[in-house]
Design a protein. Structure first.
Length: 458
């Protein structure tokens, strides 16, 4: 398939190498599709915080086009502006021209990374994470086991008690304080590669287990498999699957993201499955766009297989609601009163995977619980992959607003559908201490723990 995105590109040879790379990589049709109408402005978290035009999708697109057209050089201020975007993609659902802003920002970051001059420590860390850890299951297990040992052995308590943690920036100390219990034993080690449906099987589903998800949230992966089984699905967990590539794509490592996608496409294509279940909005948003990721590949079969893959990716809540048998959920009978629950949308789940109703439908089906809609639940919490680590000031501002709205719900449980959002909400609860007991949980964990059977509430 020929790439039609270059038809309207200006015939310019830029003196600035980064400007030339941006011109080559940016989808010029998408740049020109932007009508500058401004519908994206109130949807954009960074614009709402600052009121500055370049902090908006419209503003960033204008900057990209100005560089592509040779009207400005991509200086450090331009690069900082591209990296200050959360990538939440809240602008896309409200755009009347259907501009694919998320793809543009990733293309811009990919071009910037091609010319980035990182310090030696940063280069080493990026290489370690993007090439040595995320793509390799053995190294991920080692990481999970090491973190688990640190948490269980007393080293964590010692590090905090001796003040060693004060050597790190405050936002990293805060993140360390709310890390979940890690493990080297992921879902395959705990359940195997196949888990049968309860009752007659409706369909055969493959679980995308993720990378960090399977060492820091392995229990959620296990609960996802068991919840899908309760809903009537045979579940397979292809052992050879790798990282989805989302963190690579968001960080300008597009070639590495494509390499990981090729592995996953091949592995899941051979698994004989009907659907690919995702329990992490950030992963699912890239998985569902594997077809776009591969649209310029020269191999027609690979492009066809990428489309096959993308068409089968579905969020676990949506899969249960639309394709499965919804289990009976019940709060524990000794609760004595209605338990209130609220929900923080995963931006990528809502804006890219188009799944916001299904989680709410499941929460509203829990007997003994009352669902309370949180104000601006669809607004980014500030996690955004690694954003809260790399841009802690803006992430902290967004979290402040989120916790104000959370406190107004008086909810006992703050649920979400993405591990990054979950950690951010745990951090918010820890820092702001609502005037009532609130616990942040992944929606899968909350629901599975409340599956009501004839003899027990699990």
């Amino acid at each position: 398939m020929a790439n039609t995105n270059v038809i309207n590109k200006p015939n310019i040879q830029h003196k600035n190498p980064l400007a030339q790379t941006l011109l080559n990589k940016l989808d010029y049709d998408q740049l020109t599709n932007c009508m500058r109408c401004g519908f994206c402005l109130p949807a954009c978290p960074t614009f709402r915080e600052t009121g500055v035009e370049p902090e908006s999708p419209r503003g960033r697109i204008a900057l990209m086009k100005a560089v592509a057209d040779g009207l400005m050089d991509p200086d450090q201020a331009f690069q900082d502006q591209m990296n200050h975007c959360l990538g939440c993609r809240a602008c896309e659902p409200v755009c009347p021209a259907d501009v694919k802003y998320g793809q543009l920002i990733e293309q811009a970051r990919d071009a910037i990374e091609d010319h980035a001059e990182h310090s030696a420590p940063v280069k080493g860390l990026r290489k370690l994470l993007f090439k040595g850890v995320f793509p390799k299951r053995g190294n991920l297990k080692l990481l999970g086991g090491s973190l688990g040992f640190y948490q269980k052995s007393g080293l964590q308590k010692l590090a905090r008690g001796t003040g060693i943690m004060r050597l790190f920036p405050q936002h990293l100390r805060e993140m360390e304080s709310i890390l979940p219990q890690s493990t080297s034993k992921g879902v395959v080690e705990q359940l195997g590669t196949f888990y049968p449906a309860k009752g007659e099987a409706i369909a055969r589903v493959a679980l995308f287990r993720g990378c960090i998800m399977d060492v820091m949230f392995a229990g959620t992966n296990v609960n996802t498999v068991k919840l899908l089984s309760e809903a009537g699905f045979d579940v397979v967990i292809p052992e050879a699957q790798v990282c989805c590539g989302a963190l690579h794509a968001h960080s300008g490592e597009m070639d590495q993201a494509k390499g990981l996608a090729k592995v996953n496409i091949d592995v899941f294509k051979g698994a004989g499955i009907d659907y690919i279940a995702s329990n992490a909005g950030g992963c699912g948003a890239l998985l569902v766009e594997y077809d776009h990721l591969m649209h310029e590949e020269g191999d027609p079969q690979l492009r066809k297989d990428a489309s096959w893959f993308a068409e089968r990716v579905i969020d676990v809540s949506k899969l249960i609601v639309e394709k499965g048998r919804i289990p009976a959920f019940s709060e524990h009978k000794d609760a004595g009163k209605l338990v209130s629950i609220t929900y923080q949308d995963s931006c990528h789940l809502r804006n890219v995977m188009k799944s916001s109703n299904s989680p709410r439908q499941l929460m509203r089906s829990v007997e003994g619980a009352t669902y309370v809609e949180m104000k601006e639940s669809d607004r980014c919490c500030g996690s955004a992959g690694t954003y809260n680590v790399l841009q802690p000031e803006m992430a902290g501002q967004l979290l402040e607003h989120k916790m104000e709205h959370a406190a107004n719900t008086n909810a006992a449980y703050m649920l979400t559908s993405n591990p990054g959002c979950l950690l951010q909400m745990k951090l918010g609860i820890e820092k702001h201490q609502p005037p009532f007991r609130m616990e942040a949980k992944h929606i899968v964990d909350y629901l599975y723990e409340r599956v009501f059977t004839d003899d027990q509430v699990k």
